[in-house]
Design a protein around this ligand. Structure first.
Ligand SMILES: [Cu+2]
Length: 396
């Protein structure tokens, strides 16, 4: 890495010196005769640059068409949330507008550069101003951009607005940490218990405040299950650094910021099973499995075990580069019919029970290994001071 940097610095230094000598040559203009000076463009140079301008706009067009054909199928496909189509619509309108405007303006820019390229004896036409023309090229972008921004704002408030009093929603906490996700369901009371990183202890890995009555029925999980057709409100927290909770298929993303709770709400509209039937997904899965089977044949030939076939699953990904294993920070998301979801949730253990169980187990093991003699007074004293300075306790 260091040697790479040194090489880069040396190359840049070389370029700088070369440019400086060119500037020095330019300052010598007039002291040598014009014909000898290669720094002044002649008609041949102007022609070359004029045609290169044309070639460049051709390159832009060809590359744009190639990108659309080659990578166009890599877009996200069918949205799986209620607000998804609206989001996709905004994206499509913006892209089409940009595409049309850039195609026309780039052509004009390069065509005029070519047409009016330098020529010996040609003098530039002096053109002061034209109010009408300036008005037209100002007002058209203003109207188009204002329309786009207003529509964007409308879509944004529609997607982001959550009326917590009216909504019959499912509350789920999404907890980010290097490099995994954890989730917690609000339980029967529909309220998430308070939490703070200082309460993290043993099985309570999300730092839930167990003295809060709302915490007892909260349900932690290692897999995110969601009911189809019901609004889910995510309360997002981070334990360490900035992460971002990204649900590409649901068109949702929100930063996970240490020290604060952010939120995002959406309603899933397609179960995992339904999404697996989607033609776009079927094609993608077939393509991945095709690659995998080729790779497996290679592995088997080398005496290794083959790869498992891939099956589509929704994912929660981290979309902020948060450290070395960021690329692998993901969680499986399962969307079920509401009845199946409720059944799954009822089978999960509440945090209250899990913590109680852990305490019981610890007490049992302490009893089993405890020495028969009673502890001396001095030992008890040190124990109590240790509890007082325990950094996992929160001072009220
Ligand atoms: Cu992350």
């Amino acid at each position: 890495m260091t040697s790479l940097l040194i090489i880069a610095v040396l190359v840049l230094l070389g370029i700088a010196i070369w440019q400086l000598t060119k500037i020095f040559d330019l300052t010598q203009l007039g002291t040598v005769s014009q014909t000898e000076n290669s720094e002044v463009a002649n008609d041949r140079d102007n022609n070359v640059n004029g045609y290169l301008m044309f070639a460049f706009v051709g390159f832009i067009y060809v590359f744009t068409i190639y990108s659309l054909v080659e990578w166009g199928h890599l877009v996200l496909g069918t949205p799986a949330s209620e607000h998804g189509p609206q989001y996709d619509n905004l994206m499509a309108i913006s892209l089409i507008l940009i595409f049309v405007v850039q195609t026309i303006t780039q052509f004009l820019l390069h065509y005029f550069s070519f047409k009016y390229r330098g020529k010996q004896g040609r003098v530039a036409y002096y053109f002061a101003d034209n109010d009408k023309l300036e008005f037209v090229w100002t007002i058209i972008p203003v109207i188009v951009l204002a329309g786009l921004i207003l529509y964007g704002l409308y879509a944004w408030t529609n997607i982001m607005f959550i009326d917590e009093d009216k909504e019959d929603a499912l509350y789920v906490e999404v907890y980010a940490k290097q490099f995994s996700w954890e989730v917690r369901y609000a339980g029967e009371d529909g309220m998430l218990g308070k939490a703070n990183v200082r309460y993290i202890e043993g099985i309570n890995t999300m730092g839930v405040d167990m003295s809060d009555p709302n915490s007892q029925d909260d349900i932690p999980a290692r897999e995110l299950h969601l009911p189809k057709g019901k609004k889910v409100i995510f309360k997002i927290r981070s334990q360490d650094v900035l992460h971002s909770a990204y649900f590409p298929h649901f068109r949702a993303q929100m930063n996970a910021v240490p020290g604060m709770v952010t939120q995002f709400g959406f309603t899933p509209t397609l179960t995992t099973e339904e999404m697996r039937q989607d033609p776009g997904i079927v094609e993608k899965v077939a393509n991945i499995n095709n690659i995998r089977s080729k790779k497996s044949a290679e592995l088997v030939a080398n005496g290794e075990s083959p790869l498992d076939p891939y099956e589509f699953d929704y994912l929660l990904l981290c979309n902020k580069i948060c450290g070395a294993s960021h690329y692998n920070m993901q969680m499986k998301v399962v969307v079920d019919e509401e009845a199946d979801f409720n059944k799954w949730l009822s089978e999960q253990e509440t945090l209250g029970k899990a913590v109680k169980k852990e305490k019981q187990q610890m007490a049992d093991s302490v009893e089993a290994t405890a020495p028969i003699e009673e502890t001396t007074d001095s030992e008890t004293a040190t124990d109590s001071t240790m509890v007082e300075t325990d950094s996992t306790m929160v001072v009220q």
